[in-house]
Write a protein that binds this ligand. Structure first.
Ligand code: HEC
Length: 143
C-alpha cells in the first residue's frame, strides 16, 4: 500500500514538474490569406487551419504538459511546412508546389493526421471534401 501511495505521489510530482516547461501559444497576424474559392477555404479552415495557419485554436489542454509539448511541435512544424495565413508571401511557383502537395497529402489520406481526428471529429474529410481539395490542388498555378 505504502508503495502504491509513493508511486502515485511520484507520478503527481513528475506531472507537476513537467508543467514548468511552457510554450507560448501564439497566433501571429495573417499576412497573406490563401486564395481559394469559399467552399475550399471552408474545408481548409475546418481540417487544416489548427496546424497550418496563424488561426490555431488553443483549447485548455494545449496548456497542460505533456499534451502542450506535442501540440506545440505540430503547430510549429505544420506552420513551417505550410502556412495558409502567410500563403501570399510565397512566390507563385512555391504556392503552386504547395497547392499540389495539398492534393497529394489529401489523396493519400496523410492529412489531417490520424491522431488529430479523435479530438477533432469535424476535421474528418468526406469523399466530397477530398474531391474538392484535389480539384483545387489539380488546378495549381493560378493562385
Ligand atoms: C495536427 C496538425 C495538422 C493538421 C490538422 C494538418 N496538418 Fe498537414 N502537416 C502537419 C505537420 C506537423 C506537417 C509537417 C511534417 C509532417 O509531414 O509530419 C504537415 C505537413 C503537411 C504538408 C507537407 C508540406 C511540405 O512542405 O512538406 C502538406 C501539403 C499538408 N500538411 C497539408 C495538410 C492539409 C491539406 C491539411 C488539412 C486537410 C492538414 N495538412 C492538416 C500537421 C498537420
Amino acid at each position: 500500500m505504502k508503495r502504491i501511495v509513493r508511486g502515485l505521489l511520484a507520478t503527481v510530482a513528475l506531472l507537476l514538474l513537467m508543467q514548468v516547461i511552457r510554450f507560448e501559444r501564439t497566433n501571429p497576424p495573417t499576412t497573406g490569406l490563401v486564395h481559394a474559392p469559399a467552399d475550399v477555404e471552408k474545408v481548409l479552415r475546418r481540417a487544416c487551419f489548427d496546424c497550418h495557419s496563424n488561426e490555431t485554436a488553443w483549447p485548455w489542454y494545449t496548456g497542460v504538459a505533456p499534451a502542450s509539448w506535442l501540440v506545440h511541435r505540430d503547430v510549429v512544424e505544420g506552420r513551417r511546412h505550410l502556412n495558409f495565413s502567410a500563403w501570399g508571401q510565397l512566390p507563385a511557383e512555391k504556392r503552386a508546389k504547395k497547392q499540389k502537395e495539398v492534393g497529394e497529402e489529401v489523396r493519400d489520406g496523410e492529412m489531417p493526421p490520424w491522431f488529430y481526428l479523435p479530438l477533432h471529429p469535424d476535421a474528418k474529410l468526406s469523399d466530397a471534401d477530398r474531391a474538392l481539395l484535389e480539384a483545387w490542388a489539380g488546378g495549381a498555378a493560378s493562385d
